[in-house]
Design a protein around this ligand. Structure first.
Ligand code: PEP
Length: 247
């Protein structure tokens, strides 16, 4: 039995003033004990968010694959850990697009984060053109093959399926489409890792909202959600966490 995991991705949003939302979300998450919740803030807010989060895990949205060195502007997994981050998102489609991150670099980042004990969420997902061409499943399995580590031991590996065309657009994949891709991801994970692959949590991401969350969480092989826009305020995020608690 996999517990539901609901992770907020604040992207390049938020401020010190907005951390009141973290406190409110943390309080609601404590009242929903059957669900794991977390928020990935901008890097500048990780330490102050940890101080306000009352134990709600706070994470980052990216990490460099090396430990230290001449990498201006980058942050390593041990640096994230030092300021209290407990998880990290890697391979988000916005990073794949904005920073030309390919599968091999996503995989190196995942390995670095896992080795530091950070719960690591590896994102995959197809574009609208790829879906229209009937290539959604093959694109996703190719991304998994290229982005996931061969092995890991120090932390939890999580996969997030985020169809690019559904992120921040208000367009949500149907539960049938989500179920098909999640089943394909599960087959890939079991093929790659055996019984351990059956325990990896698979999140859906893409315009998850309070009014569609319950149906998404009821879909087979959906173990939670990665939530962008609706994770910025307790008003919107808490109902999603509560829906996971009922799912
Ligand atoms: C995301 O940023 O990963 C995401 C799914 O965004 P949104 O929920 O806003 O579509």
């Amino acid at each position: 039995m996999r517990r539901k995991l609901v992770v907020g991705n604040w992207k390049m949003n938020g401020s010190l003033a907005a951390l009141t939302e973290v406190s409110a979300i943390a309080e609601a998450a404590r009242r929903t004990p059957g669900v794991d919740a977390a928020i990935c803030t901008p890097a500048t807010l990780i330490a102050p968010a940890v101080a306000r989060s009352g134990g709600l895990p706070i994470g980052a949205q990216d990490v460099h694959h090396r430990e230290s060195g001449a990498h201006t502007g980058d942050i390593s997994a041990s640096m994230l850990k030092e300021v209290g981050a407990r998880l990290v998102i890697v391979g988000h489609s916005e990073r794949r697009a904005d920073h030309r991150e390919e599968d091999s670099i996503v995989r190196a980042k995942a390995e670095a984060a896992l080795a530091q004990g950070l719960q690591t969420i590896v994102c995959i997902g197809e574009s609208a053109e790829e879906r229209e061409a009937g290539r959604a499943a093959s694109i996703c399995t190719a991304q998994l093959a290229g982005s996931l580590p061969d092995d890991w031991r120090d932390a939890e590996l999580v996969v997030a399926y985020e169809p690019i065309w559904a992120i921040g657009t208000g367009k949500v994949a149907t539960c049938e489409d989500i179920g098909e891709i999640h089943a394909e991801i599960r087959r890939h994970l079991v093929g790659a890792y055996g019984e351990r692959g059956g325990r990896i949590r698979i999140l859906y991401g893409g315009s998850v909202k309070p009014d569609n969350a319950a149906a998404i969480f009821d879909t087979p092989d959906v173990d939670g959600a990665l939530v962008g826009g609706c994770s910025l305020t307790a008003d919107q995020f808490v109902p999603i966490i509560e829906a996971a608690g009922r799912g």
